[in-house]
Design a protein around this ligand. Structure first.
Ligand code: 2PG
Ligand code: MG
Length: 413
């Protein structure tokens, strides 16, 4: 089948922080149209592909994209993304524009094949990796800190709860209960608290206080046997010079910071640590790995920046996949395949500034990701993702139906 791009529209739209990001609308053969948009981080990692120049709301012009796509036959995601890479590499489009177009093309083709997006994406994995679509486990942001907190605090960017009841529906229920318990407990102490960009609670507590409270909230929600905790240290943003980190009121060298993290791993039910060190602090990564048990996954976000070439199983146990870091669907799938062939865990992630796009959920299902993080269960930009996962649960094979013995969602206080 020939797939001629008959129309490509680009526009500036609002993200969840009311910053402007881009959306693409692409039509093939005049019949099938797909939408795609790019999220926007508060502060992208050093190794990430760059966003393009700021765009304004409404129609956006990109002569290079128009010329390469409009009226041309583009016969597969790989061709589409190779073209986008080329345009990106000569500086004609940033990773935000290329991602938006790549996702819009994927959705247009999936629609023309009457396939849900996850099925289409899983078809693209042929020859790249062997996988059966499955739903990921959740990592739910409870407390935010670091640069996600308004104001200068040197702490973890996210404290998350990882429910593991065995079904998505019960996981969502339990995580929502833990979140509600954490909110109730913090509001009893501090009065009303705000929400961060990722819909985590913004509390006047340091990281230790947050871990304590999250552990208590798990108990209060009756989740002690089914929940662990995870943190995104986002250490790149804590770095105070090579191999030095600001943490609370202290400045620690790499070894002292590794010891601190390893100590947390013994005091709290931690199962996941993301970006414990700066990407340049290779010694730090190796050191922590030798200090913590196998029960804890060390995962690279800013470390690998969703780049297949950077992925290295000697440094971490897992890879965080962010479509906006890779810049195209194909580059993201390549990173997933590289992670799997290295025997590493795969986690898929949202960004701090999100749109209503839910492609990351389909991506997670298609690559059979182990984990996904889409923020706290508050506000539409994050709920869109939880709700897409619920829809996917009806499709994806191998996902058990809910256990009726689990209690009903208790709801927010
Ligand atoms: C992260 C993400 C999302 P940001 O660090 O993993 O939680 O944050 O989009 O700000 O990079
Ligand atoms: Mg991160």
């Amino acid at each position: 089948v020939t797939r001629t791009v008959t129309e490509l529209k680009l526009r500036g739209i609002l993200d969840s922080r009311a910053r402007v990001t881009v959306e693409a609308e692409l039509t093939i053969n005049g019949t099938h149209t797909g939408l795609g948009s790019a999220p926007r981080a508060i502060a992208p990692g050093r190794l990430e592909r760059r966003r393009g120049p700021d765009v304004t709301l409404g129609s956006v012009e990109s002569p290079a994209l128009r010329q390469a796509f409009c009226g041309h036959d583009i016969n597969g995601q790989r061709d589409c993304d190779a073209l986008l890479d080329e345009i990106g590499s000569v500086g004609e489009a940033g990773a935000d524009l290329t991602l938006a177009v790549s996702l819009a093309y994927a959705r247009a083709v999936a629609a023309s094949q009457a396939k849900p997006l996850y099925r289409y994406l899983s078809g693209l994995l042929n020859g790249l990796m062997d996988t059966v679509p499955k739903l990921p486990g959740l990592m739910v942001n409870v407390f935010s800190g670091g640069i996600h907190l308004d104001g200068p605090t040197a702490g973890f960017q996210q404290v998350m709860v990882l429910p593991a009841t065995g079904t998505l529906i019960d996981d969502i229920r339990l995580a929502s209960d833990v979140f509600a318990a954490a909110q109730r407990m913090t509001e009893q102490r501090f009065g009303q608290v705000g929400l961060s960009a990722s819909s985590g609670l913004l509390v006047p507590l340091d990281s230790v206080g947050q871990l304590e409270l999250a552990a208590s909230a798990i108990v209060a929600a009756g989740g002690s046997t089914a929940c662990t905790l995870g943190v995104d240290v986002a250490a790149e943003h804590l770095a105070a010079g090579p191999g030095r980190y600001r943490f609370g009121s202290q400045e620690l060298d790499s070894t002292a910071f590794a010891r601190r993290l390893a100590e947390f791993a013994t005091r709290y039910p931690l199962s996941y640590i993301e970006d414990p060190f700066d990407p340049a602090d290779i010694a730090g990564w190796r050191q922590l790995r030798s200090m913590v048990t196998m029960a804890i996954s060390l995962v690279g976000d800013d470390l690998f920046a969703t780049d297949a070439e950077r992925i290295d199983a000697d440094l971490a146990d897992g890879v965080l996949l962010k479509l906006s870091q890779a810049g195209t669907v194909t580059a993201t799938l390549r990173a997933a395949a590289a992670a799997r062939s290295a025997g590493m865990l795969i986690a898929v992630s949202h960004r701090s500034g999100e749109t209503e796009d839910t492609a990351m959920c389909d991506l997670a299902a298609a690559v059979g990701a182990d984990l996904i993080k889409v923020g706290g269960p508050r506000r539409g930009d994050r709920l869109a993702k939880y709700n897409q996962l619920l829809r996917l649960a009806e499709h994806v094979d191998g996902w058990r139906s809910p256990d009726p013995s689990m209690t009903e969602l208790k709801g927010t206080p």
